[in-house]
Design a binder for this molecule. Structure first.
Ligand code: PLP
Length: 467
């Protein structure tokens, strides 16, 4: 039986992989998860040792797409996806200290880990849309990295128009230019006079609103509520663990966390049979998850700007996917909790909390600590960390319980993306942009500035859809 996908709130239709790829949010407001997780025996995992990244990805992802994409086609899509990464190893491991490692996930075209999922998502969408002879509109909000990765992943898809909303003058210049300098009639950058939450709300509202697009153009989501993104991220947990002695030896991961998509993929890797000891949730001062693990309460606070903008969130959307498991996959329980959460705060049951604490550790790292960590690692290793990754290595250090087992921090962005944070840390070394981006600051930009007004944004979209 191929895997099918069910909603965390239990009231939406069960979907195939192909359908879930195009779905985004479930019709009951929930998120899609596999009805059951593929499981690999220890011997099967051992047999994966030494596989190059693309071949490993094929083995891990095959069961998730069965019934929707023939194996030979999947293989081609995966090979194409990871061939554009600039490092031969795709996701190289770098050692920072005794049993302390960094998994560099920033060798994709836009220099952040989001390329791992969005390069694949773009190709999967293109494949499925061509087969169905269907055209769609992608709408997404970004605080920086998602937008450029999504644009890069979909720029060559002739059946897709892509609209990315970013908060006007609130993303870094490198991040903005990575979006606005990409040429293509199907690429639309909208700078909204508001903050990231405003952009996000407009996207959410557009998914539930009356249709505002020309006929036959449905909306597709590219943020991490899209299941295919989570799925693609499972692979590098296997890749790193296998390189460090897995499955005979368990490893730990520290993950710079915002929406809980990346670390949720690590949780799934463990569920699929990969021995993982600890998963450390590393957050900046927007620490909704760290507060949850310490107090048992999941509560929304005001958004705070930090030096790690890609982790500036008030709630972590993908946490709902974990909640579904913590409540024994009861859609009713999650439905009720999410209803209650409209008030801004819920308290999780004692059994859910004890399970969550057995699975995850957490640490909140301030801006000052982030800068100190960038400076420390530069001093000790002459290695430049971006501020997101520095939060990861700092939390890895604080949460380590067993120095004899490897701790891998996911380095989620290239340091050249965040030169200001590095300068703030007192490190005079400058990270160089890779060769394909050296002229980024000379390229012409294209974007529209729009008011923080949903009707205007939707009118603009309806009037400019090109495909
Ligand atoms: C998106 C992002 C994160 C957060 O990942 P989530 O899946 O939202 O938890 C961390 N670091 C960087 C650089 C990012 O772009």
């Amino acid at each position: 039986m191929p895997i099918s996908y069910i909603s965390t709130r239990g009231r939406a239709p069960r979907l195939s992989f192909e359908e879930v790829l195009l779905a985004g949010l479930a019709s009951d407001g929930g998120l899609y998860v596999p009805d059951n997780l593929p499981h690999f025996e220890r011997d099967q995992i051992k047999a994966m040792r030494g596989l190059p990244y693309n071949e490993l990805a094929f083995v891990i992802l095959k069961p998730f797409v069965e019934g929707s994409i023939p194996e030979d086609d999947l293989k081609v899509l995966i090979d194409d996806t990871y061939a554009v990464f600039r490092h031969e190893a795709v996701a190289p491991l770098v050692q920072l200290g005794h049993n302390q490692w960094v998994l560099e996930l920033f060798h994709g075209p836009t220099l952040a880990f989001k390329d791992f999922a969005l390069q694949l998502l773009g190709r999967l969408l293109d494949y499925v849309l061509q087969k169905r002879d269907q055209k769609v509109v992608i709408m997404g909000a970004t605080s920086g990295d998602t937008g450029s990765a999504a644009i890069e992943g979909c720029r060559r898809c002739s059946n897709i128009d892509i609209y990315i909303l970013h908060p006007h003058e609130r993303v870094s210049e490198v991040q903005r230019r990575q979006m606005t300098t990409v040429v293509g009639g199907n690429i639309h950058n909208l700078a909204i006079k508001g903050n990231f939450d405003d952009c996000q709300s407009m996207v959410k509202a557009s998914f539930v609103a009356e249709p505002f697009l020309p006929e036959n153009r449905s909306l597709v989501a590219v943020n991490s509520i899209n299941w295919a993104r989570i799925m693609a991220q499972i692979v590098y947990y296997f890749y790193a663990a296998l390189a460090l002695g897995g499955p005979d030896r368990a490893v730990n991961f520290s993950v710079p966390t915002g929406n809980f998509g990346d670390i949720f993929a690590g949780y799934l890797a463990r569920g699929m049979g990969l021995p993982i000891d600890r998963l450390v949730i590393a957050t900046n001062k927007n620490d909704v998850l760290h507060r949850l693990l310490t107090t048992g309460k999941y509560s929304r606070l005001q958004l705070e700007q930090s030096l790690s903008p890609s982790m500036d969130i008030t709630v972590s959307s993908n946490f709902e996917r974990l909640m579904f498991d913590l409540y024994d996959r009861s859609g009713d329980a999650v439905f009720d909790l999410m209803q209650q959460f409209q008030s801004g705060e819920i308290e999780l049951s004692a059994s859910a909390m004890s399970e969550a604490r057995a699975l995850f550790a957490s640490q909140c790292v301030s801006d000052d600590e982030t800068c100190a960590e960038i400076a420390r690692v530069w001093r000790d290793n002459e290695y430049l960390l971006d501020p997101h990754s520095a939060i990861g290595t700092r939390a890895a250090w604080d949460c380590r319980v067993d120095a004899s087992s490897p701790m891998v921090t996911l380095a989620t962005a290239h340091p050249a993306k965040f030169p200001d944070a590095i300068a703030n840390s007192g490190v005079s070394e400058k990270a160089k942009l890779p060769a394909h981006l050296v002229d980024l600051f000379e390229r012409p930009e294209r974007f529209c500035v729009l008011d923080n007004d949903l009707a205007k944004v939707q009118q603009h979209m309806a009037a400019t859809v090109s495909v």
